[in-house]
Design a protein around this ligand. Structure first.
Ligand SMILES: Nc1nc2c(ncn2[C@@H]2O[C@H](COP(=O)(O)OP(=O)(O)OP(=O)(O)O)[C@@H](O)[C@H]2O)c(=O)[nH]1
Ligand SMILES: [Zn+2]
Length: 352
């Protein structure tokens, strides 16, 4: 297993380069639809025969399903290439945000997948690369960067995360705080922990905060992240001691650009859950084992967790951290995030 192969494949896909994905059932050669243009597409596929692989949910919107969908509803769909499907049409097939502006005409036809496991690994790679889950696909061949399904799965394995450095960091919520930075050799995202107060034998109050550029930095009113971050820092400062983990899991794990695509779908009337699904991603793509590993490296095995999300409690416990108590973190809604908070309460089990 090689973290390097997955890192190279992710980098290549983001740059619009070809990648070969190999699984136990075969291999496929792919290039991201996002970012392809007439020139790169004809270099990738001179014969104009590459089919288009999309997530099951996108297939559903296009009224297409894979031959194996009955057994596995998450099975990606391979759309047969037709001569009129160029790079621009493929982008309209890939990106649901464009549906209003360019209603898709078709007819589209689904083809059986030659290597379903390789196709599924390709879609996992799309999430890790923060791109739309849509690819031009040909049979494997040539000398492009190659990655195995096992490499893809091992890529964000938290096991290799280590403490890189630590320093005192007085913050407005508490002058007694220390920042600890974590790094993994395989993965560029740097997570940090802020330890607040004086550590003692009592259970720490812990908050897992997933990065939200729009809310944390720009003061977005669409979500509750910014105020929650500051409230959490103060709640921890008011306890004996605790830890805030700042996790680089922007957009519940789908990345900034895909989150903003989800926002564009929300502008069209979809809620936060349906927007993720429509893009072809899980409702919540986060993996809390990274948080568990960080706590473990800090010597914390049991916590009082600040969250309204029972899935966070379950995720952390599944990864080996004991959650002695769940502490709610409740903030007033505003007119822009009222619907978002109601969706979290009604559709993702948040206890608000
Ligand atoms: N994909 C997507 N991500 C969003 C959206 N709104 C906010 N986010 C992301 O959701 C994450 C914030 O979730 P958290 O506050 O950590 O967790 P939570 O699941 O709401 O649970 P709590 O602990 O109760 O706050 C951040 O990564 C945000 O970027 C959205 O509409 N779509
Ligand atoms: Zn947010």
């Amino acid at each position: 297993m090689s973290g390097r192969a997955a890192a190279r494949a992710i980098d290549a896909l983001r740059r619009g380069w070809a990648v070969i994905v190999r699984a136990s059932d075969g291999a496929i050669r792919l290039m991201a639809v996002e970012g392809a243009d007439a020139i790169t597409l004809s270099a990738f596929d001179p014969a104009g025969e590459a089919d288009i692989l999309v997530a099951a949910a996108r297939g559903e919107t296009l009224k297409l399903a894979n031959q194996l969908a009955a057994a596995d509803p998450d099975m990606p769909v391979l759309i047969a290439r037709a001569p009129w499907i160029d790079a621009d049409v493929a982008m309209a097939i890939a990106d649901p945000v464009l549906d209003l502006a360019s209603p898709l005409k078709g007819p589209f036809a689904a083809k059986p997948l030659a290597a379903p496991l390789a196709a599924k690994a390709a879609l996992r790679l799309a999430r890790l690369a923060g791109i739309l889950p849509a690819f031009f696909v040909t049979a494997a061949g040539g000398s492009d960067a190659e990655v195995s399904a096992g490499d893809v799965d091992a890529y964000d394995d938290a096991a290799h995360l280590a403490i890189a450095t630590r320093a005192r960091l007085p913050v407005s919520a508490s002058e007694t705080a220390e920042i600890v930075a974590f790094r993994s050799p395989d993965e560029p995202r740097e997570h940090v922990a802020l330890i607040i107060g004086k550590r003692d034998a009592s259970l720490p109050v812990v908050r897992l905060h997933s990065e939200c550029l729009t809310g944390d930095v720009l003061g977005s009113l669409k979500c509750d992240c910014g105020p929650q971050l500051h409230q959490a820092l103060h709640q921890i400062a008011d306890s004996r001691w605790g830890v805030l983990l700042y996790l680089r899991q922007e957009g519940r794990g789908i990345g900034l650009i895909n989150k903003l695509r989800a926002y564009a779908l929300q502008d069209q009337g979809f809620d936060t859950v349906d927007a993720n699904v429509r893009l072809g991603f899980a409702i919540d793509a986060r993996d809390f084992s990274v948080a568990a590993r960080m706590l473990d490296l800090l010597g914390v095995g049991e916590v009082r967790l600040l969250t309204n999300n029972p899935n966070k409690v379950a995720g952390l416990e599944a990864a080996g951290i004991k959650v002695a108590e769940r502490l709610p973190i409740i903030l007033p809604a505003n007119p822009h995030n009222e619907h978002y908070l109601a969706t979290k309460r009604d559709r993702t089990g948040h206890q608000l």
